[in-house]
Design a protein around this ligand. Structure first.
Ligand SMILES: CC(C)(COP(=O)(O)OP(=O)(O)OC[C@H]1O[C@@H](n2cnc3c(N)ncnc32)[C@H](O)[C@@H]1OP(=O)(O)O)[C@@H](O)C(=O)NCCC(=O)NCCS
Length: 218
C-alpha cells in the first residue's frame, strides 16, 4: 500500500522533494503541500496547497510528512518552527529517491529526504529531517546531524561529523575526519580541511571563517 505524503513548504525545496515521489514512485501517493504563504488550492509540482503548516493535524492519520525547509541563514529558526509543529515521530516519512543509493549498513532516520543521485556510503548515520540534495554524497563512517543540509554535488568524506542544522552549500568538499559544527554554514564551492566551529560561516578553498553568526540570529 502506498504511503500518503504531504510536504511542508512549496516552491523550490518542496518541489525538489516532490520530484522524487511524483509520477514514478510506487511507495508514495503525494497529496500536496502545506504552506503558510500560498493560498489554499494553489498548484505546485504534482500537488495542491492543502492548507497552512498548523493544519497538518486535520489531515488523516495515515498521512506522513516531510519538511525540506532548510535555508541558509535561517537553519536554527526553521528547525524551531518544525519542532513547534509537534509532529509525533511516526508521522514523519523518509524519502529516498529511486535514483539515490544508501548502503545497507547505513541508517537514515525519519523526516529525511535523500534526493536523486545522492549517495550514502557504508556505515554512516544520517539523522532526522536531513536534506541531501541531488548529487550529494556521504562517504563512510560519518554522522550527519538532525536537520543538516547537504547541497547539490557536495561531498562529506569518511569519518566526518556534521552537526545539527549545519548547511553545506552546493559543490563543497569536506575532508575526511572533519567536524562541521552545529548550525555552521559552508559556502558554495568550499573545501573544508579542518573543523568548522559551531555557528561559523566559512567559504573558499581552503575554507576560511568569514564570521561566526551570533547565536540564533543567522
Ligand atoms: C558563504 C555565504 C553564506 C556567505 O554569504 P554572505 O554572508 O552574504 O557573504 P558575502 O556575499 O557578503 O561575501 C562575503 C565575502 O565572502 C566571499 N564569499 C562569499 N561566498 C563565498 C564562497 N562560496 N566561496 C568563496 N568566497 C565567498 C565574498 O567574495 C566576500 O569576500 P570579500 O569580503 O573579500 O569581498 C554564501 O556566499 C554562500 O555560499 N551560500 C551558500 C549558497 C548555496 O550553496 N546554496 C545552495 C542552494 S540549493
Amino acid at each position: 500500500m502506498k504511503t500518503k505524503l504531504a510536504i511542508f513548504g512549496g516552491p523550490g525545496s518542496g518541489e525538489i522533494v516532490a520530484q522524487s515521489v511524483v509520477g514514478l514512485d510506487d511507495r508514495f501517493e503525494f497529496i500536496g503541500y502545506l504552506n503558510d504563504g500560498l493560498p489554499r488550492g494553489g498548484k505546485l509540482l504534482g500537488g495542491d496547497v492543502l492548507g497552512t503548516f498548523g493544519q497538518w493535524s486535520s489531515l488523516p492519520d495515515d498521512v506522513q510528512f516531510i519538511a525540506p525547509l532548510h535555508k541558509v541563514g535561517e537553519m536554527e529558526a526553521r528547525l524551531e518552527i518544525i519542532s513547534r509543529l509537534g509532529l509525533p515521530d511516526n508521522r514523519w516519512a523518509t524519502v529516498i529517491d529511486r535514483a539515490a543509493a544508501v548502503a545497507d549498513n547505513s541508517t537514515v532516520s525519519f523526516g529525511t529526504a535523500i534526493t536523486c543521485f545522492a549517495l550514502v556510503g557504508p556505515s554512516n548515520r544520517v539523522g532526522r529531517l536531513v536534506a541531501m540534495w541531488p548529487g550529494a554524497q556521504v562517504g563512510h563512517d560519518a554522522q550527519i546531524g538532525d536537520f543538516a543540509f547537504i547541497g547539490r554535488n557536495s561531498i562529506v568524506s569518511g569519518y566526518c561529523t556534521v552537526g545539527t542544522g549545519a548547511f553545506i552549500g552546493s559543490g563543497s568538499v569536506v575532508r575526511e575526519r572533519c567536524r562541521v559544527g552545529r548550525f555552521a554554514v559552508v559556502g558554495a564551492g568550499t573545501t573544508v580541511i579542518s573543523d568548522v566551529p559551531d555557528y561559523a560561516i566559512v567559504a573558499g578553498r581552503p575554507a576560511r571563517i568569514l564570521r561566526v553568526a551570533k547565536h540564533g540570529s543567522e
